[in-house]
Design a protein around this ligand. Structure first.
Ligand SMILES: COc1ccc(Cn2ccc3ccc(-c4cc(N)[nH]n4)cc32)cc1
Length: 243
């Protein structure tokens, strides 16, 4: 997978070169290219924004600059690519989204700032046959798209083959079965007079699986009842419903 990110703050994306993702890039499991949007300005001030038509607070990012940037970074043509535009007004980005995007050959992220990007940039991209996803990472307002891109790139990249040391981690993490992950423990057996639950220290794998599922159901019911409601009817068996 190749990932391109266009932004006026390229350094915001430096964390993509660190740790697990940095190693995945070094190992050639994915390519990441970050582009400074100001490269496509032609004025001495390198202006990327202007006042909004119709008035209102803040500024809007100019279509000309974005148009030239995306013409170069995301040329229309045979190789399919998906243009992702983070916005507070977007569809929710979820684990399902991450899984779907993990199958893409190319992802291009457009990081807006100010009050966002002129709508015609997205219209033009769609008119050129490019898939455009406007996505939100949560119901809160950031200052720009860069942090949202860090979140989404990490969520997608960890699903790529070879990126995670243990592939079971991605297959079995939170949301994989529609439930939240339950509590985890490691050594020592007792810490500050708090003991690891006995069942986890025994060798009964069926009892451990049951205990973990019960804790996941309790936590999901307590923190995210909406996820329980979204489960398919046959997802919970009689033992689950008794929790
Ligand atoms: C119209 O209201 C606003 C529009 C934009 C902004 C600031 N801003 C500019 C670009 C940009 C990209 C993504 C996000 C974002 C995404 C999520 N989940 N929260 N916030 C915020 C962004 C503030 C307010």
């Amino acid at each position: 997978m190749r990932i391109d990110v266009v932004t006026i703050f390229p350094a915001y994306l430096d964390p993509l070169r660190e740790a697990l993702l940095g190693r995945a890039v070094e190992r050639g499991l994915l390519e990441i290219a970050v582009h400074d949007l100001r490269r496509w300005t032609h004025d001495v001030h390198q202006a990327v924004d202007d006042a909004p038509y119709g008035g209102g607070p803040g500024m809007v990012m100019r279509p000309q600059v974005w148009g030239e940037a995306l013409d170069e970074v995301l040329p229309a043509g045979p190789q399919p690519a998906r243009l992702v535009v983070p916005t507070p007004a977007g569809r929710p980005f979820t684990q399902t989204t991450a899984r779907a995007w993990a199958d893409e050959q190319r992802l291009v992220f457009a990081c807006g700032r100010y009050e966002g990007i002129d709508e015609r940039v997205l219209l033009d991209a769609r008119a050129r046959g490019i898939e455009v996803d406007e996505v939100s990472i949560g119901d809160y307002v950031l200052v720009g798209g860069e942090v949202a891109v860090l979140v989404m790139v990490e969520a997608v990249a960890r699903l790529l083959p070879g990126v995670l040391g243990n592939p079971r981690s991605a297959a079995e993490d939170s949301f994989s079965d529609g439930l939240l992950e339950g509590p985890s423990y490691t050594r020592p057996e007792t810490w500050r007079e708090l003991a690891v639950p006995d069942v986890l220290r025994g060798g009964n794998h069926a009892a451990i699986a049951r205990w973990r599922r019960d804790r996941a159901l309790e936590r999901t019911r307590d923190r995210r009842p909406d996820l329980l409601d979204a489960l398919p009817p046959d997802a919970l068996d009689a033992a689950d419903r008794a929790v």
